[in-house]
Ligand binder design. Structure first.
Ligand SMILES: [Fe+2]
Ligand SMILES: [Fe+2]
Length: 262
């Protein structure tokens, strides 16, 4: 099974770039399944009905997210109703939405899960390691062999440890959240594809997708700054291309990146 996983899509420039990248990917790779992290879809924070609709026609099968998913109030309508729009499964309390889903790809069941790390993150969440075991066993009870996990976390140590903890239990652990693609994509010894962070889809000449002036001023001044998203310019699309066999073992993982002028 050929799978493409796109990193966090940031703002309208990210959405426009994604549209171009999906067209290329469909033509050149013909993936069986596409997954994208959309926690930054609507002007960098959260998701709205309008922005979700905008990318809804591209043929992406599952949408994952992270700490920014509740930043726009449309989450109240979207998360309970869209079973393929995930928020981390280890969020605490009575939060709407689903942390994992199972879909049929051809006649093969595929499970996708979303978890968030605890180190250097601005939210208190439950233990992602134990929660991952819980959701993976629920998926396996339903006969799912191919399982892909989006681990949305900041610390490289926590992400690597999570990858090792899940090796052999799932088909892939794909890191998201830092918006910087790491150079460590590989298959772990027991057959799990791993990358610490897949990267992002957004403005290349930015700081993690926002206009560079804001973060630069934040680091040189104590004054409050405004973060904005570039509307045009170079857009960088970071993704990984996975091959997974029917027994759920990954056979390859390769970064696929594009640049377009918007
Ligand atoms: Fe993000
Ligand atoms: Fe995040």
């Amino acid at each position: 099974m050929k799978v493409i996983f796109f990193g966090d899509i940031v703002g309208s420039i990210g959405r426009k770039g994604l549209r171009l990248a999906v067209a290329e990917v469909k033509q050149k790779i013909k993936p069986d399944l596409m997954i994208a992290n959309i926690e930054n879809l609507a002007h960098g924070k959260g998701v709205t009905e309008k922005t979700f609709q905008e990318i809804g026609s591209l043929g992406i099968d599952v949408f994952t997210s992270g700490n920014h998913i509740f930043r726009k109030s449309d989450y109240k309508k979207l998360l309970p109703t869209k079973k393929n729009l995930l928020r981390p499964a280890n969020f605490t309390g009575d939060v709407p939405g689903h942390g994992w889903c199972i879909l049929e790809v051809g006649n093969i069941k595929v499970g996708v899960g979303n978890l968030q790390g605890r180190v250097f993150m601005d939210m208190l969440v439950d233990d992602p390691f134990r929660k991952a075991d819980e959701i993976v066993s629920q998926m396996k009870e339903q006969g799912v062999k191919i399982i892909i996990i989006d681990f949305h976390a900041e610390a490289t140590s926590e992400k690597q440890a999570f990858g090792w903890y899940m090796d052999g239990k799932v088909s892939a652990v794909i890191g998201t959240h830092t918006h910087i693609q790491t150079n460590d994509a590989r298959i772990l010894p027991s057959g799990t594809a791993y990358i610490t962070d897949v990267g992002f889809c957004g403005a290349q000449n930015s700081v993690l997708g926002v206009k560079k002036e804001g973060p630069v001023n934040m680091f040189i001044s104590s004054l409050p700054v405004r973060f904005d998203i570039p509307e045009s310019g170079l857009v960088l699309i970071n993704s990984v291309y996975l091959n997974i066999n029917k027994s759920g073992k990954a056979t390859s993982i390769k970064p696929i990146n594009y640049k377009f002028l918007i």
